[in-house]
Design a protein around this ligand. Structure first.
Ligand SMILES: NC(=O)c1ccc[n+]([C@@H]2O[C@H](COP(=O)([O-])OP(=O)(O)OC[C@H]3O[C@@H](n4cnc5c(N)ncnc54)[C@H](OP(=O)(O)O)[C@@H]3O)[C@@H](O)[C@H]2O)c1
Length: 334
């Protein structure tokens, strides 16, 4: 009989004289938070929000010591819920796990059964984490625009912050669905990468701002997935076609949006907020099924690279500087 390991190895954050410090620690499984399902984690990921948490930005964490990691995929080890049995493969993203609650940068996590998603057919834990919160967000953004009537015949769809996590998955999903995708990026070095995952056209971040003083510019975009916010969101609103939607996903360019009301009043532009962390389970399941069907293993392997737990502190700096390409999967067992 196999003896189960009752310890957890995790990246633990502590507050030291107002500074956040991290170390890999081992502790008893009994210290995990309350929940009806214990998951043996195989992979987690690095998202922009994880970068902020790892560096103590944004007052996201409520108390220390804290185990970060807003996503994980693994295998159910114990369950007192009728929803899951030991041995089942599951995914968790959001629900404040890794923010208010201990998260995925650990070999085990304990959570509530209703937060989990069964692993969709066709993907495994590593590929699920190549998608992670970023993938779910990108898919929810596309689904929200589809619900407003977007189709491949509508015209070009813009993705801003295209070489990041949400941006890359949005580019790949839209391309796979037959859309003409225009990828906006601040980095010339990622052009080849963005073409390889499906971008039809590339546009420099700054070019979006050319002749941008007018509140109604010529109509260009049938839809937009915006990961940048700030002045970028304001300027793309002035470039949307009549009745087109913007899915507002991110704020890497800032929270303050200097927006004119005219695109909404004169062109019926729609601003759709995407909040993946608390999105209802039924919509999540649909989004995960579509992601698993749409994106091949080859595409996911082009978008994601795998890193060990110990690299997270340096990787957090890189993601906050806007320099990560695609997705970073974290192997919590190395
Ligand atoms: N709403 C939700 O549910 C949800 C879920 C996940 C993430 N998010 C948010 O979505 C955003 C993207 O997350 P992510 O995990 O994909 O991060 P990421 O991998 O770091 O991607 C962000 C991208 O934004 C661009 N960027 C970075 N700094 C910028 C700046 N100062 N000005 C303009 N563009 C900048 C870069 O793209 P280029 O180099 O290509 O220009 C960067 O790759 C974040 O704000 C995150 O908090 C929201």
């Amino acid at each position: 009989m196999m003896v189960q390991d009752r310890t957890v190895r995790a990246l633990v954050l502590r507050e030291n004289n107002g500074k956040i410090v991290s170390a890999i620690e081992t502790f008893a499984e009994s210290r995990l938070p309350e929940g009806d399902v214990t998951v043996r984690i195989l992979y987690s990921t690095l998202n922009y929000k994880d970068g902020m948490i790892l560096k103590g930005h944004g007052n996201i964490v409520r108390s220390y010591p804290h185990v970060p990691g807003i996503d994980f995929a693994g295998i159910v080890e114990h369950s007192s819920s009728s929803l899951y049995n030991p041995g089942e493969s599951v995914i968790l993203t959001g629900w404040r796990v890794g923010e208010w609650l201990w998260g995925g940068y650990a070999t085990k996590a304990r959570v509530r059964a209703e937060w989990l998603i069964p692993m969709p057919a066709g993907i495994d834990a590593r590929r699920a984490m190549s998608l992670g919160t970023a993938g779910l967000t990108a898919m929810l953004a596309v689904m929200a625009m589809e619900a407003q009537g977007l189709s491949p015949e509508s015209g070009e769809v813009l993705v801003t912050g295209a070489a990041g996590g949400v941006g890359s998955i949005a580019v790949a999903v839209l391309a796979r669905l037959g859309y003409r995708v225009v990828a906006s990026t601040g980095r010339k070095s990622v052009y080849e990468y963005l073409r390889s995952i499906g971008a039809n056209r590339l546009i420099e971040r700054e070019v979006l701002f050319e002749n941008s003083s007018h509140p109604l510019q010529s109509e260009r975009w049938a839809g937009a997935v915006d990961n940048v916010g700030g002045a970028t969101l304001a300027v793309i609103a002035t470039q949307m076609r009549y009745g087109a939607s913007i899915a507002a996903c991110g704020n890497t360019g800032g929270n303050a949006v200097p927006l004119s009301v005219l695109p909404f009043l004169l062109r019926g532009v729609k601003l759709l907020g995407i909040a993946s962390a608390l999105s209802p389970i039924i919509r999540r399941k649909r989004a995960w099924q579509r992601l698993a069907q749409l994106l091949s293993s080859e595409t996911l392997d082009t978008i994601a690279r795998v890193e060990p737990l110990s690299h997270l502190p340096e990787l957090a700096d890189v993601i906050l500087q806007g320099k990560i390409q695609g997705r970073t999967v974290i192997d919590v067992n190395t």
